[in-house]
Design a protein around this ligand. Structure first.
Ligand code: ADP
Length: 268
């Protein structure tokens, strides 16, 4: 069982990791893929005249301000365009992929934040119409049902709140919950960087190995959205995943290379 998260940042080559998934599935491996769509959502939002707004929490974590209209755009891009095109790539390679968002079958479930205290455009605000939350529960039995029947699940936010609302959640932390719920030994998080860099964007400063006990210190090197990846890795290891690997989705064989320890390897 291997859980792969692929980001939605600019520069990611979707054909490369789909090639790897096809090989793994052909060899009989169970693979669950979770993907993002942040860059494309920003592009489409701009085109629709509703540019993205970013909330920054008091601890410095950023998230997309997701009012109801933004959630429509978010769902169109993540569960629509991105999911369909990844499933299509896998189908072309002979992988019987099934695309699902977290609301389907309550796959990814969690609490919607009642209100979010944050900074928008430099101003401290209390946001109440934000449809965001955090995945706390995974419908693992639905995933096993699909995997055991020979399908490859391709998952994406939005998730579902306990009240049944669609909510925007962080994909890296959702992937951590999925890996833990499925008892995966490895969680591979692919993005448009070689891994966690001590001094971003200098790629020669790649940190190759991080022990769980040193993750808090490692968080200090991460800025912006990379912080969520480090947080997701911390949560995955705490929940029993043996290794989380941050790998480069721009290079050939991204999943194989990550499985073999290229990138940033995080472990107990
Ligand atoms: P994705 O959408 O692929 O999940 P994100 O954009 O969320 O990826 O996060 C990856 C980004 O994090 C990189 O493109 C980079 O701009 C940023 N980043 C910030 N700090 C670091 C760091 N120390 N090492 C690597 N990337 C970092």
């Amino acid at each position: 069982m291997i859980v792969v998260k692929v980001g939605g940042s600019a520069g990611i080559d979707y054909d490369l990791f789909c090639d790897d998934i096809a090989q793994l599935v052909t060899a009989g491996e169970h693979v669950v893929l979770i993907h993002g769509g942040s860059h494309e959502t920003n592009v489409i939002s701009e085109k629709l005249g509703k540019p993205p707004r970013i909330l920054t929490s008091s601890q410095g974590y950023t998230s997309r301000y997701t009012d109801s209209e933004t959630l429509d755009i978010f769902a169109m891009v993540y569960a629509g365009k991105m999911n369909t095109r990844i499933v299509e790539r896998l189908q072309k390679r002979g992988v019987n992929a099934v695309g699902l968002s977290g609301i389907d079958g309550r796959l990814l479930e969690g609490t919607r934040k009642a209100s979010v205290r944050a900074v928008i455009d430099g101003k401290q605000v209390l946001v109440r119409d934000d449809f965001t939350g955090k995945v706390e529960k995974v419908n693992a039995s639905l995933l096993h049902l699909l995997l055991d029947a020979g399908y490859t699940p391709v998952l994406t936010p939005p998730a579902v709140s306990y009240e049944g609302e669609a909510i925007n959640v962080d994909g890296d932390r959702a992937a951590a919950m999925v890996a833990a719920a499925l008892g995966a030994k490895q969680l591979i998080i692919l993005s448009n960087v070689p891994g966690l860099l001590r001094s971003f964007p200098d790629e020669s400063t790649l940190i190759r190995d991080i022990r769980y006990a040193d993750l808090e210190q490692a968080l200090g090197f991460a800025e912006g959205r990379m912080k969520k990846k480090v947080l997701g890795a911390t949560e995955a290891i705490a929940a029993g995943v043996e290794q989380v690997i941050f790998g480069d989705a721009r290079r050939a064989r991204p999943i194989w290379n990550s499985m073999n320890g290229e990138g940033t390897v995080i472990h107990k």
